[in-house]
Design a protein around this ligand. Structure first.
Ligand code: ADP
Ligand code: MG
Length: 454
């Protein structure tokens, strides 16, 4: 920043004229101007004012001022008591011309910087809005227009006129704080009117404020989903260690029940009860071993029968299917071996069967089938697994989005991650998945067909 310099030069410049012969006084004047420039350094001059006044017949007073945008006088030169009016006029002209060039140079730099800033804001991923002290929008970049005003500029309008609902949000309180206390703040919050999470940096700029913001909704939801998955994994580990602990006593109880069933001293009733207890217990131990298996994710792909995986998943859903009164029909090929990560595969079929159960209400039916066959597109040999249900079916619009992360029609009870994850897993196994679904009451239902090449 240049300090205002007052060159009351009467003496300085007058002495040029006084002490130098006329022919080299021009040269001295130039030096004087260079000195002025050195003194001024990086000047913030934006304009120049000039005046010429004849005090009397022999004296000409010339004023040249370098003025800043806010009308401060940065420098004032050549106020001369001239003896040689011609020389003084020339001095003023040169000084003025130099100053004008300087002003142009500075304003070029200024323009360049403004363009640079504009470009930088333009290419950034953030939306930017600038408000003046009356909360009127004075600038917004394209990203901001796309994000909050359907591609249209709202420059010149008051923020609250355009977005009246912002006043009830925490965003408004923060913007007011930045405006009034002149502090910068960064925050992340949920903006209800747009149902969106924003990350915002707000800072005082000039007399107003600027805020940079970006939509972080997906990241927030992913974080939340991740947390849920982590919780599930922890629960899985817990379940696995519990099932491990339960397994041993279960085995002894199974043996004891066997002894009762075969005991000659026990009555018929007793033996029948023992038999019932044993079959229930068999289910419990099945579930326990399945939970254990479920959790043990092997690091290598193994040869596993698709039907075995389906059966282990069914065991888990048995309780729910019974409660819902859903029938399950299975038909398996004799050889339906897959080279796969069995834990992953269980996850896929648990998702498909879980969805089928969600879709079929009271008294529905689910069909599970494995077949050895060929991919209709590539002709490759492999195993096809179908999970079909006569549940509610899906509309064409729903079908288009089911494999997207977070897409769910189940409100708070759905995560919208099941099919997304399944699709990833199938893809990682070089498999393909096809869906057919209908809402037509005559043949309502959904068929998921997954093909794994050998
Ligand atoms: P979620 O089950 O958590 O909703 P998914 O990714 O498993 O997430 O499924 C996404 C959506 O696909 C479901 O919300 C539902 O609308 C639809 N869908 C999936 N399977 C079926 C099915 N068998 N019958 C009807 N709709 C289904
Ligand atoms: Mg699901």
């Amino acid at each position: 920043m240049t300090k205002p310099i007052h060159l009351d030069d009467g003496e300085a410049l007058a002495s040029v004229g006084a002490s130098s012969p006329a022919h080299d006084s021009h040269q001295s004047l130039r030096e004087e101007i260079d000195l002025l420039r050195i003194l001024l350094g990086e000047t913030e001059a934006t304009g120049i004012a000039q005046a010429e006044r004849a005090e009397d017949a022999r004296v000409l007073v010339e004023e040249t001022r370098l003025v800043a945008e806010d009308a401060r006088v940065l420098a004032e030169g050549a106020r001369l008591r001239a003896e040689d009016a011609r020389l003084r006029a020339e001095a003023a002209r040169i000084l003025a011309e130099d100053a004008r060039l300087e002003v142009r140079r500075i304003s070029d730099i200024h323009d360049e910087q403004r363009l640079l800033v504009h470009d930088l804001i333009g290419v950034g991923a953030d939306s930017v809005i600038v408000l003046d002290e009356t909360y009127t929008v004075t600038y917004m970049n394209q990203q901001a227009m796309d994000e909050v005003s359907e591609g249209q500029s709202v420059v010149g309008q008051k923020l609250l006129d355009v977005y009246p609902r912002i006043e009830t949000t925490p965003f408004w309180k923060r913007y007011k704080r930045v405006m009034e206390e002149r502090v910068s703040i960064a925050f992340e919050d949920f903006y209800e009117p747009r149902n969106t999470w924003y990350q915002v940096n707000a800072a005082p700029v000039g007399k107003g404020i600027a805020f940079f913001f970006r939509d972080v909704t997906d990241r927030r939801r992913r974080d939340a989903a991740l947390q849920r998955t982590e919780k599930l994994a922890a629960v899985g580990r817990l379940a696995s260690s519990i099932s491990h602990e339960i397994n041993n006593p279960l085995e002894s109880v199974t043996n004891l029940l066997y002894l009762i069933q075969t005991s000659k001293s026990a009555g018929d009733d007793t033996r029948m009860y023992a038999q019932l207890a044993a079959s229930e217990l068999a289910r419990v131990s099945h579930i326990v071993t399945q939970t254990l298996k479920f959790h043990r994710q092997s690091t290598d792909a193994t040869e596993t029968r698709a039907s075995e995986i389906l059966e282990s998943v069914l065991a888990l859903f048995h309780g729910r299917a019974v409660t819902l009164g859903t029938e399950v029909h299975t038909r398996y090929a004799a050889t339906d071996t897959l080279l796969c990560f069995a834990g992953d595969m269980r996850q896929v079929f648990a998702n498909l069967i879980g969805n089928a159960l969600d879709a079929t209400g009271e008294g529905g039916t689910i069909w599970l089938r494995t077949r050895v066959g060929h991919d209709p597109h590539t002709g490759a040999a492999g195993v096809r697994v179908t999970v079909a249900d006569n549940g509610c079916g899906m509309s064409a619009v729903t079908q288009r989005s089911i494999f997207e992360a977070f897409f769910t029609t189940k409100g708070a009870t759905g995560t919208g991650l099941g099919l997304w994850v399944s699709h990833e897993i199938i893809h990682n196994h070089r498999g393909t998945v096809h869906v057919r679904s209908s809402e037509n009451p005559a043949h309502r239902g959904t068929v998921f067909s997954v093909f794994f090449p050998d």
